[in-house]
Design a binder for this molecule. Structure first.
Ligand SMILES: Cc1ncc(C[n+]2csc(CCOP(=O)(O)OP(=O)(O)O)c2C)c(N)n1
Length: 561
């Protein structure tokens, strides 16, 4: 039986296991909306397509499934760009479906026309313009395969409205048709053996773990390796949760705002095993000075990530989980007691701690209480800025897929929609968003989406009245010339929340913090927004000055005392 392109698309989405679509309709994708209506697809109307892309992304980060979002042609499609770039930089599987003007109008400056395939090429893993209805089913199959395999990423499929309306025989393709795309799954046995020998011989090894460990599902294997080999573990912000934060071998986060002890351990190590991490400049500081004495092993599914910024000695291209299974079979090491004692000494000398002053409500304290009161079990989406780094430092993540944040692109506006996407996944853990007064205003319209669907998202705004991270850099590196980072003119966020139908709370004193968090956690059928008015000039410490070595940190506790 013949079907329209729109019906075929919807059937293909269902066959790919899509349970929910986040989007906004328009003239160029109405046939798809009509087909979704008839098929009973669960669709969430977003207030801005950027929010839709972040929701699909948050859903994917929290569940490991492919997230799906939709937009009309032109401005709808261009509004997706930031969200697709955000997902793609962090290797999150998202498929975006955009409507396009009719095939014969493409290139004619038609109403609501944009070359979205051209515009999104640099920010997606792959993208397609479907010119013929007969190619549609195969394209969707290939798009989902590309999004979820290898190094996962964002894929966009642009479908002109005449292709949506055209009819053809629907045959569900069985195989993907991508002869040139064969992501390597098994690491090279010779390289793995070299790496295992190096590990067995190392005296000061460190595991440096990124988001790839989470997306490949390698966390149990990582724990086994660390425990068997007694290897300390430090995580990038993307890797937090891959290894239990409370474990004695956990060093927490490394890099620009990591702990001094994590950075010292990396810099002094004789073997660094990078596990699904990409040697980002926020981690390495000046690349030439990064872990100078260490032999470097890099396990990653993406060959393009190997030796991109820091040369590695033993590259292993393959699925992180598969490779760690092989490590665990052959690991045979003595306890590196001296090394672990040295790290303990650094931990005692430079603890991660804030300086409490009477009466001031400090952001670190608020985040510490959120961590304690949720026992490290919440799914926490954060935005971008100082609060994001404090979450990395003071929220003790126990499990993977519980920290959703824009690590690569650093997208303000990501947090709330990502939390909404995660909340739609219906997981048992509470969903929390920790945002800043600057970031929240970049997607604040999604309050409506959360309230309409009675989602129990808890939004904690760390309100310092500034674009705090920018202000910190201006203070430290631009002679305290505060330009364009003062947020005077902010609305009363609790009242904005109420105007949308959410619960709004206002907190200015430390004694009120627990009651507000408690109220948020116990509200099961609505968005709760807590506006924490915190000390405006607090800085994130410690900090590596850009362009220096990562153990050369400003503001560690021993210095401040
Ligand atoms: C979309 C976007 N625009 C600009 C920036 C640059 N930027 C990085 S952090 C930051 C300040 C964030 O302020 P806020 O959300 O209030 O968080 P805080 O640093 O105060 O915790 C800015 C403007 C960005 N990361 N993303």
């Amino acid at each position: 039986m013949k079907k329209t392109g729109a019906d075929i698309l919807v059937q293909c989405l269902l066959n790919e296991g899509v349970e929910i679509v986040f989007g906004c309709p328009g003239g160029a994708n109405l046939p798809i909306y009509d087909a979704m209506y008839r098929a009973g697809v669960r669709h969430i109307l977003v207030r801005h397509e950027q929010g839709g892309a972040h929701m699909a992304d948050g859903y994917a980060r929290a569940t490991g499934k492919v997230g799906c979002c939709m937009a009309t042609s032109g401005p709808g499609a261009t509004n997706l760009v930031t969200g697709l770039g955000t997902a793609n930089m962090d290797s999150v599987p998202v498929v975006a479906i955009t409507g396009q003007v009719k095939s014969w109008l493409i290139g004619n400056d038609a109403f609501q026309e944009a070359d979205v395939v051209g515009i999104t090429r640099p920010v997606t893993k792959h993208n397609y313009l479907v010119k013929n209805v007969d190619e549609l089913a195969q394209t969707i199959k290939d798009a989902f395969h590309i999004a979820r395999t290898g190094r996962p990423g964002a894929v966009l499929v642009d479908i002109p409205s005449d292709v949506q309306l055209a009819e053809t025989e629907f045959i569900q393709p069985r195989e993907v048709s991508l002869p040139g795309y064969k992501p390597r799954v098994e690491g090279h046995p010779g390289q793995i053996q070299r790496a295992i020998d190096a590990l067995n011989a190392a005296e000061r090894p460190v595991l440096y773990v990124g988001g790839g460990a989470i997306s490949s599902g390698a966390c149990p294997e990582l724990l086994e390796l660390a425990e068997k080999g007694r290897i300390p573990v430090t995580c990038t912000t993307m890797g937090l949760g891959a290894f239990p934060g409370g474990h004695e071998l956990s060093l927490g986060m490394l890099g620009m705002h990591g702990s001094q002890y994590a950075n010292n351990a990396v810099q002094d190590s004789d073997l660094l095993i990078a596990v699904g991490a990409r040697f980002d400049d926020r981690v390495t500081g000046q690349p030439e000075t990064f872990a100078p004495q260490a032999k470097k092993i890099h396990i990653d599914i993406d060959p393009a990530a190997i030796s991109k910024t820091v040369p590695v000695d033993i590259p292993i291209v393959g699925d992180v989980r598969d490779v760690l299974v092989q490590f665990n079979r052959q690991i045979n090491r003595e306890e590196p007691t001296e090394w672990l004692n040295q790290i303990e000494k650094w931990r005692r000398q430079h603890p991660l701690k804030w300086k409490s002053e009477d009466g001031k409500l400090l952001p670190q304290y608020v985040i510490h209480r959120i961590s304690e009161m949720t026992q490290g079990n919440a799914i926490v989406a954060s935005d971008v800025g100082q609060h994001q780094m404090w979450v990395g430092q003071y929220y003790r993540f126990n499990r993977p897929r519980h920290f959703l944040q824009s690590g690569g692109l650093g997208t303000m506006g990501f947090g709330l929609p990502a939390a909404i996407g995660a909340a739609f996944a219906g997981l048992p853990d509470p969903v929390v968003c920790i945002s800043g007064d600057g970031s929240i205003q970049m997607c604040i319209q999604e309050f409506a989406t959360a309230v309409y669907h009675r989602l129990p998202v808890k939004l904690f705004i760390i309100n310092n009245g500034h674009l705090g991270m920018v202000r910190q850099w201006q203070e430290l590196f631009y002679g305290n010339r505060i330009m364009a980072s003062d947020m005077t003119g902010n609305p009363d966020f609790a009242r904005v929340a109420e105007a949308y139908g959410a619960v709004g709370l206002h907190v200015e004193h430390a004694e009120e913090v627990d009651a507000a968090i408690d109220k948020a956690l116990s509200t099961k059928d609505n968005l709760v927004v807590v506006d924490f008015i915190v000390e405006p000039y607090e800085n994130v410490w410690p900090m590596v000055k850009p362009g220096t070595a990562i153990n050369d940190m400003m503001g560690t506790i021993s210095e401040m005392a």
